[in-house]
Design a protein around this ligand. Sequence first.
Ligand code: NAD
Length: 499
Amino acid sequence: MTHEIRHLINGQLLAGKSGRKADVFDPNTGAVQALVPLADDSEVDKAVAAAKEAFPAWSALNPQRRARVMFRFKNLLEEHMDELAELLSSEHGKVVADSRGDVQRGLEVIEFACGIPHLQKGEYTESAGPGIDVYSMRQPLGVCVGITPFNFPAMIPMWMFGVAIACGNTFVLKPSEKDPSVPVRLAELFVEAGGPAGVLNVVHGDKQAVDALIAHPDVKAVSFVGSSDIAQYVSITAAQNGKRVQAMAGAKNHGIILPDADMDQVVADFLGAAFGSAGERCMALPVAVPVGQKTAEEFIARIQPQIEKLRIGVSTDPDVHYGPVVSAAHKARVEHYIDMCEKEGGKLLVDGRGFSLPGHEDGFFVGPSLFDHVKPGMQSYEEEIFGPVLQIVRADTLAEAAALASDHQYGNGVVLFTRSGHAARQFAASVQVGMVGINVPIPVPVSYHTFGGWKRSAFADTNQHGPEGVRFWTKIKTVTSRWPEGAVEDQSFIIPTMG
Ligand code: NAD
């Protein structure tokens, strides 16, 4: 018997009422392990109404009290780390240690959000004019919405609701329907931490729920993370409906290897960053760009045998490097891109197609693949594969390598491996990509900095978390005030100046 996952609305777990459901798989076995309800418009209305009702009291609470709820929530995340990580792995397929990292990265945003009394402070100018003081305040927006992808079911919801709620907003989260259980557990823990009913709601669904949320007249802001075409659609539609919107999207990150790089480190970093989590990370490193033929030959000679030795297995096995991909459809998509790259002239050095794990023949496993001689213009290079596939694009100079990353349609992350501070500094300043690593293979910024890509990796404006997150989830109000004593000055028909 499969169990049915529930929405969490107004502090209560609720069964779906629409009659529409989707399967949630165990990617290790391919079996359906649960059903997730897909909300209709009335269920979305209910979640938004709960958030709207909770807003006046929550936003009026002083920021230290809101921070205290965040502190308690953070403590509960730590207490429940193992449970959350195991639940996450069971639906996503990433190995449990990696799921712990997923929860931990979200927890770090909650730690950041605990500083909200300081972060949300406005500014003050005394005597901006005669007897005139000016101050600004950052006020919450109201009911906010987060729509999240399958690949970080703990971290990405917390990027959004952690900061939004700390700022005094109330929230409706629409998590991925592929691995919806962890987001519900997060909301339950938030309620246990003292989060009032209606402040954080989780409503499951697909396009219908997303469309209802981004058009809802009571929703003030929408944060989306997912694939690029849908991110673009959500950003345009939500903006047309008058919402503040941010939409993070797909990626194809390049790792450039200069001849002076530490090759031991490069190989170790690429193994983890290209194949960890079966390549299902928007900050994965699926393109290697060795500069110079000698660098390319050395890189291949060193990494190929290591790729052939990678251990793929069930997500609960602590000795494997990566587990299954999320669904049968995604496995087919990744294998389709391997076929495509081969047909386009990529030289297949390691072939991950047709991988089968004994005892788990129906699991969604994909072996690791390595291609050499991949070139710009190939569809398999221009598009995101989001699987355990590393493509090598050879370059003769750093300028040529950097141009590959700068000219690519995606601009999420890029990495330069080098020992040259000068080359690194020039590269970081000029490359047309939002997040840059220098000898750091997955340059996901820490929670008190900010996360966001460029080009088709992010639509609309304003990054996730850090001070940018606080700006996204608040609106600024500026007050110019004077308290005259005695007679009021004469009327004036000219624009007031401080001159
Ligand atoms: P997805 O676009 O399929 O789904 C994301 C969300 O959109 C889900 O909640 C889903 O229910 C909803 N959705 C699906 N179809 C929709 C439609 N037609 N209309 C409206 N909403 C719809 O993405 P995914 O497969 O869950 O996640 C993987 C993608 O997310 C990759 O492209 C990856 O690069 C990207 N991603 C980007 C970042 C980033 O910060 N740039 C982070 C993580 C993942």
